[in-house]
Design a protein. Structure first.
Ligand SMILES: [Zn+2]
Length: 609
C-alpha cells in the first residue's frame, strides 16, 4: 500500500514539473519601485502564431468598468532564449504577442489603483494596494491576466514577502517555502475570486459549525482588532448557519482594511467572493463601527448563496473583456440584502417591531429612485444607462425579496420561504452550473406556483410599484401612506450639523409651522432647549422627552447662536407649546386584530414557530 502511494505521489509531482499547461506567476513584495510591483509569468505552451494577453476590464460583483489594464506598464514578452517578441497593445486591457509558439516569459510592472491618479476611481474593495512595507492587497485580477481561450488553465502564484508579513486569503492551497508562498487555483475565475492581503498580521480564527473562519484586520491605528470583531462576527454567522441549514464552505476569510479618514476620501464598502470577503472601512470608535460592519458581514457572507452558487451564464462564464449583464440583480444583490436583514429577526437578534422599522426605511430609501423602471431593465443597464439607479438593488431589490418570501410562504401554506427556494435553486444549479437568464422566473414558478409568475411579470419585469398593501396584509401588517396626525413640535422636521461649532443647524426646508411661533432664522444654530445644552449625543433624548411630557401652553425656550457679521450671538427664542399637523409618509405596523390565518403566516415569515 505504501509503495503505491509513493508511486502516485511521484507521478503527480512529475506532472507538476512538466508545467507547460499552467500559468506560473512570480511577484516579490520586497522589490517595490516607484509604488509599482514587478510581475513575471512563465507562460503555458501556446499553440497559435499570435496570442492575446488580457487584464480584466471589469470583474464579477463590481458592476462598474474599471479597465485594470491601465495600471500596467513596460509590458514585455520573451522566447526561451530570452529574446524579446513583438507586441501590439490592442487596447487598454489587451496585448497581442507575435511568434507566440515560442513565447516563454512575460514581464510587466503594476501600479496600484488605490492611490492612482485617474478620473474614474476604482472602488477600493475591487482595486489593488501597494504600500511598501505596510500593506499589499493582491486583488489578483489587477496583477495577473490570462490568454484568450485559456481561462481554464491552472494558475500558480509565487509571492516572495517580507519575513514578518502574512497573506490573508480564503485560498487553502498555500505552500510556504522560506519567505515564498505558492498559491494554486484550477482556473482564472477562482484566482480572481480569491484576494490575498499581505501585512504584519492581526488575525483571529474560530469555527462556526464545521467551517474555519479567519478574521484578518489591517489598521495602522489598531483601534479595531480582529479579536474585538470575533464575538459579533461569530454571533451573526451562527444565525446565518441556522438560517441556511448549513454553511456551504470549509473555510471563509473576512479580510479587513481600515483607514484613518484624515488622509483618504470617505468611500467605504465591501466585495464578496466564494471563500472570503474584503472590507474597506474607517477605523472608527468600536461602538460606531460594529453595528454597520456586522450588517455588511451578513450581506457579503450571504453572497455565497447568490451569485456564487446560483447565477446565470453571464456570471458563471464571466467575460472579463466584454462583460454582459444579467437581468437578475434583484436576486444577486436584492435577495442577499433581504436575507441580511431578515436573518436578524428570524434568529431573534432584533424584535419584529424593530424589523418593521428596517422595512419602512428600505421603502422610503427605494422611493428616491425611479419606481417605474422595470427592475430587469435596471439590471441590464446598471453599467451605463441606469448607473444612477443601480443602488436601488439594495432597496427595492431587497423589498422584491421580501414580497417573494411572503408570497412563497402563502402559496405553500407556510412551508417554503425565499431561503428554501434559494436552497432548491442551489440544488438545481450550483457553483459550476449556470441558468439561462431567460429561464429563471419560469424555474422559480415551476418550483412554487403560477401566482409567482404574475408577480414577476407585473412588478419585476413590469413597471408597477410593489404591492406592499396587499402583500403585507397576508401577514397582518398594515401599510399606509401619507398619514396625517397631530403632535408637539420644536419647530424643525430635520436639521443639518456644523462640525466646527458642534451644533445643529436650522435649514429652510427643515422648518415646520411652529418655527414661525419661535422665530427661527435660516442657519440659526441650536444651543439649548428648555435649559438643556444640545449635543450630538442627546438630541434624540431631548426630543423624546419634550414630545412625551409637553402640554398645550407650556413655555418652550430655545437658545440659538445666530451669525451676524461673522460673529455668533446667542439669542433667546420663546413660544407656547402647541400641536401642529404632521404627515407620516409611510406607516408599517402590526395589525393588533390580525386573523389566525394572518398570524400563522406571520409566524412562518418571522421564524416564530
Ligand atoms: Zn452585495
Amino acid at each position: 500500500m505504501k509503495n503505491i502511494l509513493i508511486a502516485l505521489l511521484m507521478i503527480t509531482s512529475l506532472s507538476a514539473i512538466a508545467q507547460n499547461d499552467s500559468y506560473q506567476f512570480y511577484a516579490n513584495l520586497n522589490e517595490v519601485k516607484n509604488d509599482k510591483l514587478h510581475i513575471s509569468l512563465k507562460t503555458p505552451e501556446i499553440k497559435t502564431d499570435k496570442i492575446i494577453y488580457n487584464i480584466p476590464k471589469m470583474i464579477p460583483g463590481a458592476y462598474t468598468i474599471d479597465d485594470f489594464g491601465q495600471y500596467i506598464t513596460e509590458f514585455k514578452a520573451f522566447n526561451e532564449a530570452g529574446e524579446p517578441l513583438n507586441i501590439t497593445r490592442i487596447d487598454t486591457n489587451q496585448w497581442e504577442i507575435d511568434n507566440a509558439k515560442s513565447l516563454s516569459e512575460i514581464t510587466y510592472w503594476v501600479e496600484d489603483t488605490w492611490d492612482a491618479d485617474v478620473e474614474n476611481f476604482v472602488f477600493e474593495p475591487c482595486g489593488t494596494n501597494i504600500e511598501e512595507g505596510e500593506n499589499i492587497l493582491l486583488n489578483n485580477h489587477g496583477f495577473f491576466g490570462y490568454f484568450t481561450g485559456m481561462k481554464n488553465y491552472a494558475y500558480e502564484i509565487n509571492v516572495t514577502r517580507p519575513e514578518n508579513f502574512y497573506g490573508s486569503t480564503g485560498l487553502t492551497t498555500r505552500v510556504t517555502n522560506g519567505n515564498t508562498d505558492k498559491f494554486t487555483t484550477n482556473n482564472y475565475m477562482d484566482l480572481v475570486d480569491s484576494p490575498i492581503m499581505y501585512n504584519i498580521p492581526d488575525t483571529t480564527v474560530f469555527k462556526v459549525g464545521e467551517t474555519d473562519i479567519l478574521i484578518s484586520v489591517y489598521s495602522k491605528r489598531k483601534n479595531i482588532t480582529s479579536k474585538l470583531l470575533a464575538k459579533d462576527v461569530k454571533a451573526i454567522l451562527e444565525l446565518q448557519k441556522d438560517y441556511l441549514g448549513t454553511l456551504p464552505v470549509d473555510k471563509y476569510a473576512f479580510i479587513i482594511y481600515l483607514f484613518t479618514p484624515e488622509n483618504k476620501t470617505i468611500s467605504t464598502g465591501a466585495l464578496e467572493h466564494s471563500y472570503s470577503s474584503f472590507y474597506y472601512n474607517v477605523d472608527a470608535a468600536a461602538e460606531e463601527f460594529i453595528g454597520p460592519f456586522i450588517g455588511d458581514v451578513a450581506h457579503e457572507f450571504f453572497h455565497i448563496v447568490t451569485p456564487l452558487n446560483i447565477h446565470s451564464e453571464e456570471i458563471g462564464d464571466f467575460d472579463y473583456i466584454h462583460p454582459k449583464m444579467s437581468k437578475h440583480l434583484w436576486m444577486y444583490e436584492g435577495v442577499v440584502e433581504y436575507f441580511a436583514d431578515h436573518v436578524k429577526v428570524y434568529g431573534g437578534m432584533i424584535t419584529p417591531k424593530e424589523y418593521l422599522k428596517v422595512i419602512k426605511r428600505k421603502i422610503s430609501e427605494s422611493k428616491h429612485f425611479n419606481d417605474e423602471l422595470p427592475f430587469t431593465e435596471l439590471s441590464l443597464g446598471c453599467l451605463d444607462k441606469y448607473k444612477n439607479q443601480s443602488d436601488n438593488v439594495y432597496c427595492k431589490g431587497a423589498l422584491i425579496g421580501l414580497c417573494l418570501d411572503i408570497l412563497l410562504r402563502e402559496a405553500s401554506d407556510g412551508a417554503m420561504g425565499m431561503k428554501d427556494m434559494m436552497n432548491k435553486l442551489s440544488d438545481e444549479y450550483g457553483k459550476y452550473k449556470s441558468f439561462k437568464d431567460e429561464e429563471l422566473f419560469d424555474k422559480i414558478t415551476e418550483l412554487s406556483g403560477p401566482g409567482i409568475r404574475t408577480f414577476f411579470t407585473e412588478y419585476v419585469e413590469g413597471n408597477k410599484p410593489l404591492p406592499f398593501e396587499t402583500v403585507f396584509e397576508k401577514v397582518g401588517v398594515e401599510f399606509k401612506q401619507n398619514v396625517k396626525y397631530t403632535a408637539f413640535s420644536l419647530g424643525f422636521k430635520s436639521l443639518t450639523y456644523n462640525p466646527e461649532t458642534e451644533r445643529y443647524v436650522i435649514t429652510e426646508k427643515g422648518m415646520d409651522e411652529f418655527a414661525k411661533d419661535l422665530g427661527y432664522k435660516i442657519n440659526d444654530e441650536l444651543v439649548s432647549v428648555n435649559g438643556t445644552k444640545l449635543r450630538q449625543s442627546n438630541l434624540r433624548k431631548v426630543w423624546n422627552e419634550f414630545k412625551t411630557y409637553a402640554k398645550e401652553g407650556d413655555k418652550v425656550k430655545i437658545v440659538v447662536a445666530r451669525k451676524e457679521k461673522d460673529i455668533y450671538k446667542k439669542i433667546k427664542l420663546k413660544a407656547s407649546a402647541r400641536t401642529i399637523e404632521k404627515t407620516k409618509k409611510y406607516v408599517v405596523k402590526f395589525n393588533e386584530n390580525a386573523t389566525d390565518e394572518q398570524l400563522k403566516l406571520r409566524k412562518s415569515w418571522l421564524g416564530q414557530e
